[in-house]
Design a protein around this ligand. Structure first.
Ligand SMILES: NC(=O)c1ccc[n+]([C@@H]2O[C@H](COP(=O)([O-])OP(=O)(O)OC[C@H]3O[C@@H](n4cnc5c(N)ncnc54)[C@H](OP(=O)(O)O)[C@@H]3O)[C@@H](O)[C@H]2O)c1
Length: 307
């Protein structure tokens, strides 16, 4: 990608910008409102579905809802917040329609993509930014206040770093610089942590319900909150339970009951128990000699699941 030129209008701290938001999804509507609150002005937003149009009305009242090409032509800063797979084709289509102009700031909010997805527009002279909020958005009003203090994974050409970081700070976030080539790893880490956490917690709630617990959420909340808090502060030292104790018989009984009553959970349990044991050994919390019986149980169960 050729290095974009820095226009006279873009300073280390951007002035009041006309912002176009494409589109009023869960993220776009909230970040648009945050930019308005920071003193910029959202001049147009796109959205077709009833959900997006109603989010635009809720978060950006009075803002014209227009097709994406018209949003682009009205804005100094165009914020793309569309599904990851839609972003590349959309940028390519709008570039073909010749709506971008040199010196325009073009940002997207995808965690998975870097600036390279904006390459066609960069060839027209736009200034590319990635401003990825590390938060889960549902498009509800409380999302706006949740921006305070969250990290944004920022990627941009070096000369645009100050403007990218200033926009994040203005929205209430904290910029964290992510190199273009590190974005796949960065995004894998976030998805592994946040999305798989949701799956593991849902599995635990289902198993507790099957065990007769009426309110698994209430039972788990204090335990899981403490585990998360301890892990974020203490790392591997937060680990408790049968794996780190080397209690092979207990782990074997878990695998037996899951095989009988929740066979769909066995593969994930085995993979996580194995990874937990490896981390416990590597961090010196489980002696290799005490790990042997446990690792044998996991290996023989693994063989059983793979036939
Ligand atoms: N939600 C999160 O927690 C979260 C967090 C951080 C980052 N992100 C990132 O933010 C981006 C948007 O995610 P989201 O959750 O806000 O998605 P979303 O709620 O599904 O909203 C997507 C928006 O894009 C519009 N859209 C879809 N295809 C389009 C196209 N081809 N052209 C123009 N507009 C199109 C949709 O409009 P219609 O409704 O009218 O179809 C909708 O307004 C993604 O890159 C995602 O990875 C999401």
């Amino acid at each position: 990608m050729s290095a974009p030129e820095r226009p006279a209008t873009v300073h280390d701290r951007p002035g009041r910008l006309s912002v176009g938001v494409i589109s009023a999804g869960r993220v776009g509507a909230v970040l648009g409102a945050a930019l308005n609150r920071a003193g910029h002005r959202v001049v147009a937003v796109s959205g077709v579905s009833a959900a997006s149009v109603s989010r635009a009305q809720r978060f950006l009242p009075g803002t014209p809802v227009l097709p994406p090409d018209q949003v682009v032509t009205r804005a100094d800063l165009v914020l793309f917040a569309v599904p990851d797979d839609a972003l590349g084709p959309l940028i390519a289509g709008l570039t073909k329609a010749a709506v971008f102009r040199a010196g325009q700031l073009v940002a997207h909010t995808s965690g998975a993509h870097g600036v390279s997805v904006l390459a066609p527009a960069v060839h027209c002279g736009v200034l590319p930014l990635v401003l990825h909020p590390v938060m889960t958005f549902t498009g509800r009003p409380e999302d706006l206040n949740r921006l305070a203090g969250i990290s944004f994974g920022v990627t941009a050409p070096p000369q645009l770093r100050p403007v990218a970081e200033a926009l994040v700070v203005e929205m209430g976030g904290e910029p964290e610089w992510i190199a273009e080539e590190a974005r796949p790893l960065y995004h894998a880490a976030l998805a592994h942590g946040a999305n798989h956490l949701t799956t593991v917690v849902n599995e635990a709630m289902d198993l507790l319900r099957a065990a007769g617990v009426t309110h698994p959420d209430r039972m788990l909340a204090p335990l899981l909150s403490a585990a998360l808090d301890n892990t974020l502060r203490l790392g591997d030292a937060a680990l408790t339970g049968p794996v780190v104790r080397g209690d092979a018989t207990t782990v074997a009984s878990h695998i037996d009951v899951l095989t009988q009553q929740a066979p769909e959970s066995v593969a994930a349990y085995l993979a996580l128990a194995r990874r937990t044991a490896d981390r416990a050994v590597a961090s010196g919390r489980l002696a290799a000699t005490r790990a042997e019986a446990l690792l044998d149980v996991l290996a023989s169960s693994q063989k059983g699941t793979t036939g």
